[in-house]
Design a protein around this ligand. Structure first.
Ligand code: GAL
Length: 829
């Protein structure tokens, strides 16, 4: 039976305006910042001249220095199976985020005059914010990941400087990962007429979508101030070229409860798809007594989503399996401070791997992230909480649950319910309530009901890691979609006990690896640790609760009711250096398919070979510079989307391997099969007995018909000779915010990559930009992200430069002892 769960829906939206009656501007530059508590800091007359001047978005903690004492957590991580408390030094990254942060900003509001309204919008403030305007308390929002806004009209003055003061405070043990610190997302000021459309005041859905037309329903709120009057809303829908394609004028009646309800028709709609993410705009013009008082713009897409039991998830009528990744919010060396270029780079790298969906684990994303997904064609599963009322960390969300859970949900839904990229909400991650048969299911339903009330168009799921409990106590049965974290071998058993007839791998794999680091012998291991604090990039190591990529691939391919997975994680993130919980200096994760510097690990190519059907993947590992391993067994793996390949070492054939499609989930579940990498044989080409000899490794790939289709070679590198640079975008915007990411590596005189280089590289920048940060992807490196020098890790690192506001050219130079330096040019326009 086919069951259509939800209305086809569409969406989106973002405010963004400068029409005559509404103006909006960001508060970015010239904030004053201090980390010292002061009871009078909010007063207009307070002397902040000695405070640091900073630009927002700002993450105060990313500047370090690292220390094991920063948020040292002496705990047992129950969900990881720990029974005794131990000192977890790098759990939250070893950065100094705990404590207070005070911000002050003086600004005029030229657009404001008596009778107008001023609203402050915070996209996110970490954490426990208290907001003051001209010395007076305005309000607070404890959860650091959510967006919130306050009407500050009663506090502002006309024609003079206003003082905005923000008090933030991070507690120890408030998080399981690096949360960031400060005004790490944008702050904006919105000035409107007395009568206006409130922040997030529109809700767009598309209850009917077919080839010929889409019916677009718009619910548009008008603020409470507008009790009396003659109000008319004109909504104009524009296509992506800006052409007017539909419009409607509606008068507000006294029965409308301050909300206009309009249905507009878009003929021949161009759908929002992953390959062509077409966006529309609804322009709302609000008239009061025939006078235009507000203009508000809502971006949305037209698309449908549907869940079919025992079949799958459908986007625009097309079965779409989630090839997803979980992502934390930090941007590696940039910390939590939001940056559009960094976000778009992450999404580009993920898309190239074949990813079609991102789970914002375990909290609400920045609006820039959602907008980028809308524009780039990436589905989103937006998550809200890692914890409810029952604590995972003592100062986590459990402190806010009673008073804030509903408000937090309402805000995130109102903020993002028009964004077409969001296809599902996730209301929790491995919450301890799963095992609480009394309260767990009630809280689960309480939250899901709020989501359904505020947005009936999207399914709700929850990342559950206690399948035993949740399939027996109703917890799983309540959800629209049963999301299971890990334990894919139990999917089938769980499926029998849940009513939805669909299973989502809401979090999967947690395979660990360090880019370019290989361990011998090549054996499957759980929680393996080594003196260098790294994990093997042969992609054979995982956590005690987790598994290898193929353990997920095979379940998702062989079971008809699975709808896809979200791998832990797309990028490495700061904090959670599992399995090096207590092994300082480890302070960032090893889970990523891409490292903290944004450089793909081998595992990236394994997923790419499986997920990206359009582009060729032919990737060889390990590197071939093994001085001292001559004659020793050094297995070679090839990750490719071709079915078979032949391998040559110095011209000698090592035999042909073909992916073994006869291996199935049931036939490959034994310990013995794990040892002999049975499942891997279906997805990887492996030569387990090859011996190292310096020279050339060559792989020749064949298609299904045995026809040679591609070749790749890798050579043992000679003496390090010169630095090589590659920039991701050679033209960036002259907005003072855009970033270019430069891959830095060392090669020999013939251009062969030197994979063992750890040389320190120095950076110099001239022209229209500045040096921003660097990362090398080493989870155990204590080097500053901001110093203009850094050691290579496994031969590579990423340096980041930022544009100035004036157009011109940036010359980036990298140098190191003993090798030739290199320069690269970036245009700033
Ligand atoms: C999961 C959890 C994630 C992360 C991961 C590491 O249980 O949801 O946040 O901790 O484990 O494997």
């Amino acid at each position: 039976m086919k069951k259509t769960f939800f209305y086809p829906l569409s969406l989106l939206a973002v405010f963004q305006i400068n029409a005559q009656n509404r103006s909006e501007f960001l508060l970015e530059k010239n904030w004053k910042f201090s980390r010292t508590e002061d009871a009078n800091f909010m007063t207009s007359t307070f002397d902040d001249s000695q405070w640091q001047t900073v630009t927002v978005p700002h993450d105060w903690a990313i500047y370090g220095p690292f220390s094991p004492k920063n948020d040292m957590q002496n705990v047992a991580i129950i969900q990881d199976g720990q029974t005794e408390a131990t000192e977890h030094a790098g759990r939250t990254g070893g950065l100094p985020f705990v404590g207070v942060g005070l911000y002050r900003k003086q600004f005029e509001i030229p657009q404001y005059s008596k009778g107008k309204k001023v609203t402050l919008v915070f996209d996110g403030a970490m954490a426990n914010s208290k907001i003051y305007m001209n010395g007076q308390y305005v309000g607070e929002w404890p959860y650091g990941y959510n967006s919130f806004h306050f009407d500050v009209t009663d506090f502002v003055v006309e024609g003079k400087k206003n003082t905005l003061a923000v008090h933030l405070m991070n507690r120890p043990e408030q998080s399981r990962w690096y949360p960031g610190a400060g005004l790490y997302r944008n702050v904006s000021v919105v000035v409107t007429d007395e009568v206006h459309i409130p922040i997030w005041g529109t809700y767009v859905t598309t209850p009917v979508v077919n080839k010929d037309f889409a019916r677009v329903n718009l619910k548009t709120k008008i603020n409470k101030a507008s009790k009396n009057g003659n109000f008319v809303l004109e909504t104009i829908i524009r296509n992506d070229k800006g052409d007017k394609i539909s419009s409607q004028k509606t008068k507000l009646s006294k029965f409308d409860q301050n909300e206009f309800n309009q249905d507009l028709i878009v003929e021949n709609p161009v759908l929002w798809t992953l390959d062509r993410p077409t966006l529309y705009k609804a322009e709302s013009k609000l008239y009061s007594n025939n006078k235009l008082v507000d203009t508000y713009s809502t971006t949305f897409g037209i698309r449908t989503i549907e869940l079919k039991p025992n079949d799958g998830f459908y986007l625009n009528g097309e079965k779409t399996v989630f090839k997803g990744v979980c992502m934390h919010h930090d941007l590696g060396p940039l910390g939590a401070a939001v940056n559009d270029a960094a976000i778009r780079r992450q999404i580009r790298i993920m898309k190239d791997m074949g990813v079609n969906a991102i789970r914002t684990s375990h909290n609400m994303p920045a609006p820039e992230f959602v907008r980028a997904c809308d524009e780039m064609g990436m589905m989103l599963m937006v998550e809200t909480f890692d914890e409810w009322k029952q604590a995972k960390v003592q100062n986590g969300y459990n402190l806010f649950w009673d008073n804030w859970a509903e408000k937090d949900v309402v805000n995130v839904v109102h903020h993002f319910r028009n964004n077409p990229s969001i296809v599902m909400w996730c209301i929790g991650n491995e919450v301890p309530e799963q095992g609480n048969g009394n309260q767990g299911p009630k809280r689960n339903k309480f939250l899901q009901d709020i989501f359904h009330r505020e947005d009936p168009t999207r399914p709700v799921t929850n990342g559950m890691d206690n399948p035993k409990a949740v399939v027996d106590n109703n917890f799983a049965a309540i959800l629209d979609v049963a999301g299971f974290n890990y334990r894919p071998h139990l999917y089938h058993e769980n499926y029998a006990k849940i009513p939805q007839q669909l299973i989502l791998g809401s979090e999967t794999a947690s395979t660990v690896s360090s880019r370019g680091v290989y361990k011998f012998p090549v054996e499957r291991k759980a929680m393996a640790k080594y003196p260098d604090h790294q994990s093997s990039s042969y992609d054979v190591e995982h956590c005690s609760w987790s598994n290898l990529p193929e353990d997920d691939f095979i379940q998702h391919e062989d079971l008809p009711y699975t709808i896809g997975e979200f791998v832990w994680t797309g990028f490495d993130y700061i904090g959670e250096p599992t399995p090096y919980y207590t092994d300082w200096p480890s302070h960032s994760s090893l889970f990523g398919l891409v490292d903290l510097a944004g450089i793909p690990k081998d595992r990236y190519y394994l997923y790419r070979s499986h997920w990206n059907k359009k582009d060729e993947t032919l990737h060889i590992l390990p590197h071939w510079n093994w001085k001292g391993r001559e004659g020793e067994v050094t297995p070679i793996f090839v990750y490719t989307n071709y079915p078979s390949a032949e391998l040559f070492i110095n011209g000698k054939s090592q035999g042909k391997r073909t992916k073994d499609l006869s291996i199935t989930r049931d036939g490959s579940a034994s310990k013995e099969a794990e040892k002999t990498f049975e499942r891997q044989k279906r997805y990887r080409l492996m030569w387990m007995d090859t011996k190292y000899e310096p020279g050339t490794v060559k792989v020749v790939a064949y298609d299904e018909h045995g026809k040679e289709v591609a070749q790749k070679e890798m050579k043992t590198a000679g003496k390090p000779h010169r630095i090589e640079l590659f920039v991701d975008r050679s033209i960036i915007k002259a907005d003072g915010k855009d970033l270019a990411f430069i891959n830095v590596k060392i090669v020999d005189k013939d251009g062969n990559f030197c994979p063992n280089e750890t040389r320190e590289i120095k950076f110099k920048i001239k022209g229209s930009g500045s040096y921003k940060a660097a990362a090398n992807g080493n989870p155990a490196s204590l080097e500053s992200f901001q110093a203009p020098f850094m050691k290579l890790f496994s031969g590579q690192l990423t340096a980041i430069v930022q544009s100035a506001e004036n157009p011109g050219t940036i010359i980036f130079e990298a140098s190191a002892k003993g090798v030739k330096s290199a320069k690269i040019k970036i245009e700033v326009q």
